[in-house]
Design a protein around this ligand. Sequence first.
Ligand SMILES: *[C@@H]1O[C@H](CO)[C@@H](O)[C@H](O)[C@H]1NC(C)=O
Ligand SMILES: [Zn+2]
Length: 292
Amino acid sequence: MKTNILFPSALCSLALISGVSAWGDLGHETIAYIAQNFVSSSTKSFCQGILSDTSTSYLANVATWADTFKYTSAGEYSQPFHFIDAQDNPPSSCGVNYDRDCGAGGCVVLAISNYTQRLGDGRLSQAHLDEALKYLVHFLGDIHQPLHDENLDYGGNDIDVTFAGTTTNLHHIWDTNMPEKYAGGYSLSDAQTWATSLTTSIKSGTYASQRESWLNGMDISDAITSSMLWATDANAYVCSTVMPNGVSAVEDTDLSGSYYEDALPVIELLFAQAGYRLAAWLNLIVTGSTGL
Ligand SMILES: *[C@@H]1O[C@H](CO)[C@@H](O)[C@H](O)[C@H]1NC(C)=O
Ligand SMILES: [Zn+2]
């Protein structure tokens, strides 16, 4: 069938061996800390119980597990779960279509639906609930990375760029180089500091007036439709911000200057949305309401 769809995971795994990953650790952990700041107390207890972790980093501690697990033989099946390969035509037209773009091996949208249903299924074992929660914390991050919602050039992995003199690729600077340039590091405490600042922006700053709209259409009984909304939001930035003037305008170019300056507000918005939506989503699964 759609054999081209099978390529990105193969290429992604090659790329990862040479150091490419999804939103890097910093991004996933920042998103997890933001979610921790918004979950209800019963959601917090539920998650801490499943994870057997009552520390102040209980979600951040597991946010990158899925990126390690996918390169083990036991986790190989999950490689396509980290993205959806939108076969759109940036920069002139962006868009995600579930039937067209979710490959035969699955995609991030289907994975979110699967693990949402599983986390809410009280009949599953502790080990399966643990797996479902760790996947959801990770995949709600991945789906907010524009190039995880894009097929072109293997989600930008095939577009060589430089960043502050280092040769890398477009996918990698969105995952890692740009967030790390802003945070000045990639430790758990760098993630926590960034999350604290984004949490303030959500509660009482730049994002306060829009945060409610981020929850539009959220329905755990129709997780495909809900997560397609998030994928569609993030994919739109491929046209507006990731490659507004096409591939040739970024290829073999150093993007650590004005390109980075334009991208940073979008990265911050996507982290804030991902963290806030993750909290609402977990609250819905555990308590039946977003609690926000
Ligand atoms: C749902 O999750 C289970 C457990 O990880 C996995 O075996 C299965 O392949 C997943 N199903 C889909 C459709 O992704
Ligand atoms: Zn991932």
